[in-house]
Write a protein of this length. Structure first.
Ligand code: B1M
Length: 212
């Protein structure tokens, strides 16, 4: 079994250049692509998620680790299709209509990617209909909504209502989050899950889809 200790450590440190180099080295050393992804990059990001959840590290460190993860993914991406590796889930994420805040949403998006999820990031101020169309157009099985404003929270409900009206709600789960959002609000508007932070969002999605 290939030793990924150094790769995981450098990912945790957010060392972009080292992670790219160590990923390339693992590929050259003929480590299986699936192992580099799961036991190297995703395992490293998992440590980041756990430390972030425990308040041992904070947003700037997570952003650096996510950048490092991306530098490793850049090396692996061309090889993933050939290795027959499928994403564990497909998610569309966006900040809801009326809301331009994207720092937290980007963090959640990065943690999703770090967990081996294919992410379609629709950005900010996203209309309910765009989320709904992602179900058919992109084949997503999760819709992830972020809101930072009490005034934009109703857009989450509008998105869920539009999803129900489209008839696609049985094919897809909805997870919501953002500073003013609560579990109570999620229950009230019929969301399938609420997460308070980016690392919990990954856990909740895995729970929703029954992924261990
Ligand atoms: Co705005 N803003 N802002 N702002 N802003 C807040 C949110 C506010 C609390 C500041 C305040 O008054 N104290 C307040 C909201 C009040 C309220 O509604 N209760 C506010 C306001 C009022 C406004 C404007 C209306 C100001 C104005 O123009 N009068 C305006 C609105 C514009 C609009 O959106 N239509 C506005 C504008 C802006 C900027 C553009 C200047 C800028 C945004 C830049 C950007 O995002 N690119 C900005 C910023 C930076 C903030 C604060 C300072 C920081 C937000 C942030 O990025 N936090 C914020 C005050 C604060 O929080 N201290 C504030 C860091 C980020 C990592 O945390 O986004 O909470 P957060 O994400 C967390 C969790 O919430 C969770 O995970 C993340 C980390 O783990 N999470 C999810 C987030 N999304 C999730 C989704 C999930 C799961 C978890 O599942 C899908």
């Amino acid at each position: 079994m290939y030793d990924f200790t150094q790769l995981k450590g450098k990912l945790f440190e957010g060392d972009v250049a080292a992670v790219e180099e160590l990923t390339r080295k693992a590929v050259n050393d003929k480590a299986p692509v699936k192992e580099i992804l799961n036991n190297g990059l995703i395992a490293g990001m998992d440590i980041v998620g756990k430390k972030f959840k425990a308040n041992d590290i904070f947003v700037p460190e997570v952003l650096l680790s996510a950048k490092a993860m991306q530098s490793g993914m850049k090396v692996l991406e061309p090889l993933l299709a050939g290795a027959g590796i499928k994403p564990i889930a497909k998610i569309v994420i966006g900040t809801v209509k009326g809301d331009l805040h994207d720092i937290g949403k980007n963090l959640v998006s990065m943690m999703f990617k770090g967990a081996g999820i294919e992410v379609f990031d629709y950005g900010i101020d996203v209309q309910p209909e765009r989320f709904v169309s992602a179900v058919k157009e992109k084949g997503v099985n999760v819709i992830a909504l972020s809101s930072l404003l009490t005034t934009s929270m109703p857009s989450m409900k509008k998105t869920i209502d539009a999803l129900k009206a489209s008839g696609a709600s049985s094919d897809v789960k909805v997870i919501i989050g953002g500073a003013p959002v609560t579990q109570e609000y999620a229950d009230q508007i019929g969301a399938d899950a609420y997460a308070s932070d980016a690392a919990s969002a990954v856990d909740k999605v895995k729970e929703l889809l029954g992924i261990k």
